[in-house]
Design a protein around this ligand. Structure first.
Ligand SMILES: *Cc1c(COP(=O)(O)O)cnc(C)c1O
Length: 350
């Protein structure tokens, strides 16, 4: 007996989400915040975690963490949130709940791969609507396609990964208003973009806002949240694995998010560094840099494979992208020192 005899063909046809080894590398591949917590705070956190009862099951839908997030992240009154084991978990919950037979999931392309992967997991029809050559969104084309395909679920990454583009607010509003189903604004990079649709939630019955603390500086604890009207959250909550937020995540998230201003100050530094790095990259010959509102840059080089290998040999890890993005690499904004090493390595690599 072989997997081929039993498993679903769409699973057999997939490749697993690849995460390369990064030990000892300048790690600029995963949009992580390069700064850690100050030592004194780390000790305080350790003490807090030492008090957690690992022998007990977690609280299934931790109320005090939800309240803290609601307050700190300015979730509008009357809206509720659903917590996830990273926003990847919430993307899966959404697709599981909405995958009626024949239902479609639509997104501009290229974008975050988890949308299409989860469409495949749940048997939804994945409909990728191409972005323009400069990765801007053609709102009319997207709306025309929605009219034809009637998607139950639309994902808009705002700003988009891996392009860094923040779609014009008016285009997004038009799409929400015209959508026949749910529109999820995936705001994984909201601290870097300084724009959000959170305050629009009361205005649109079909809008949900997806966030994560990963890019903010807590990628390791795996925590995401989905904000929206109680009637949506109530149904989606049934699909959630009962204990999807473990006790350590709950305790660590509560401790750090109480001090959110610390992470916000780090994000502000990263935004300043983004401008510096963007200008330095643009000054390199044979590199095209796409403007970014996130904490990374999409760059086009003559030979992405060769550049990637040369950077790796010099100890710098960036992200290679799928063939749809010809000769492009995605580079996370690091600390000033990391960015200096990157630029030096890149000059030699080109
Ligand atoms: C990184 C990223 C996520 C995943 O976030 P996790 O909470 O770490 O699972 C979701 N959406 C987009 C667009 C991302 O770039």
């Amino acid at each position: 007996m072989k997997p081929q005899d039993l498993m679903r063909p769409e699973i057999l046809a997939m490749s697993a989400y690849a995460v390369p080894h990064a030990a000892g590398m300048v790690k600029l591949d995963a949009m992580e915040n390069p700064y850690s917590l100050p030592p004194a705070l780390r000790r305080e956190l350790a003490e807090r975690l030492a008090g957690v009862e690992l022998n007990r099951y977690p609280e299934p839908n931790p109320a005090r963490l939800r309240q803290l997030i609601t307050k700190k992240m300015c979730v509008p009154a009357g809206m509720e949130i659903l917590l996830g084991n990273g926003s990847d978990d919430l993307i899966q919950i959404l697709t599981l709940a909405l995958s009626r037979p024949g239902a479609a999931l639509m997104y501009p392309s290229p974008t975050f791969v988890m949308y299409s992967m989860n469409a495949a997991f749940t048997g939804m029809r994945a409909i990728a609507v191409p972005l323009r050559d400069d990765f801007s969104l053609d709102g009319d084309a997207f709306i025309a396609r929605m009219r034809a395909e009637r998607p139950a679920l639309v994902f808009l990454a705002y700003p988009n990964n891996p392009t860094g583009v923040l779609y014009p607010r008016e285009e997004v509003l038009r799409i929400i208003a015209a959508a026949p189903g749910i529109v999820v604004l995936d705001e994984a990079y909201h601290v870097f973009a300084g724009e959000t649709f959170m305050q629009e939630l009361p205005r649109f019955a079909n809008l949900l806002v997806l966030r994560t603390v990963s890019k903010l500086g807590l990628a390791g604890i795996r925590l995401g949240y989905l904000a929206g009207r109680p009637e949506w959250i109530e149904q989606l909550n049934k699909v959630r694995q009962v204990y999807n937020i473990n006790v350590l995540t709950e305790a660590a998230a509560f401790f750090v998010l109480e001090r959110l201003e610390l992470l916000e100050a780090q994000a502000a530094e990263i935004r300043v560094e983004r401008e510096r790095l963007g200008a330095a990259l643009a000054a390199l010959p044979a590199v095209t840099v796409f403007p970014s509102r996130a904490n990374f840059f999409l760059v086009r080089v003559e030979d992405a494979e060769r550049t990637f290998d040369a950077l790796s040999r010099q100890g710098v890890l960036v992200r290679k992208l799928h063939p749809g993005l010809a000769q492009c690499l995605r580079i996370t904004v690091g600390t000033p020192e990391e960015n200096r090493i990157l630029l030096k390595a890149l000059k030699e690599a080109l």
